[in-house]
Design a protein around this ligand. Structure first.
Ligand SMILES: C[S@@+](CC[C@H](N)C(=O)[O-])C[C@H]1O[C@@H](n2cnc3c(N)ncnc32)[C@H](O)[C@@H]1O
Length: 212
């Protein structure tokens, strides 16, 4: 079982931090050598989706990306995660923001959606948590419509010793997978049939955008 599904404390501590940009920014800089503004900027992609778009947010965590929706924006927004604690936080966040969200328990490597259903998938800070991220990317790609996009970010090895040690430590407690390189991220995307439009490193965080 994923450490995330089992540990309430990890879910609450992580989500508390990432929901607060003023806290995430120094934490991201110190721990991962990254500029978290890139991630918050990418979240705004959601607000540019045309009316009627279907958006998949996986893993949604506590609903970080919900802030990307504009008030009254006509979207079918599906938020999926494996952790019951995270799912209830997403529900609370949707209620706080007044956004309509379908919240679904799901394993990202076995999504309960048909083929070609979504116009956009956002996947923030999730792939590095998985034992088989390539399977997750394949599964996300299956659920995207032709021409639809996947955007997100993931932590990778190779930025520095401190970051690689942190990846190893989180792996040992079951919160991260074994750790991968940015080249592997590129391979997961292209092997899943996606065209890589962006792959940009900021410290140990790889930001990606790809089109099916
Ligand atoms: C670091 S959090 C990121 C969540 C959110 N996207 C964010 O940026 O705040 C990683 C999330 O992955 C979820 N997760 C881990 N393994 C998963 C799996 N196999 N399927 C779906 N979600 C999973 C965890 O429950 C956790 O919410």
């Amino acid at each position: 079982m994923s450490g995330w599904a089992a540990s309430r404390l990890s879910a609450v501590v992580y989500d508390f931090g990432v929901e607060r940009e003023w806290l995430a920014r120094p934490a991201g800089a110190v721990l991962w050598g990254t500029d978290t503004r890139l991630m918050y900027e990418t979240i705004r992609t959601i607000g540019a989706m045309p009316p009627g778009s279907a958006v998949l947010d996986v893993p949604c965590g506590g609903g970080l990306a919900l802030r990307g929706m504009r008030p009254g924006q006509d979207l079918r927004y599906v938020a999926a995660d494996i952790s019951p604690v995270m799912l209830s936080r997403t529900r609370a966040q949707a209620a706080r923001l007044g956004r309509k969200v379908v919240v679904t328990a799901a394993d990202v490597t076995r999504l309960p959606f048909g083929d070609n259903k979504f116009d956009l998938c956002v996947c923030f800070n999730g792939l590095h948590c998985l034992p088989d991220p390539a399977a997750a990317v394949r599964e996300i790609a299956r659920c995207l419509k032709d021409g639809a996009r996947l955007v997100g970010d993931t932590i990778v090895r190779g930025a520095g010793l401190r970051q690689d040690l942190a990846i190893g430590a989180f792996h040992r407690v079951g919160l991260f997978g074994e750790g991968h390189t940015v080249d592997e991220v590129e391979r997961w995307l292209s092997d899943a049939g996606l065209k890589v439009d962006r792959l940009e490193l900021s410290g140990a965080v790889a930001h990606f955008a790809a089109t099916r």
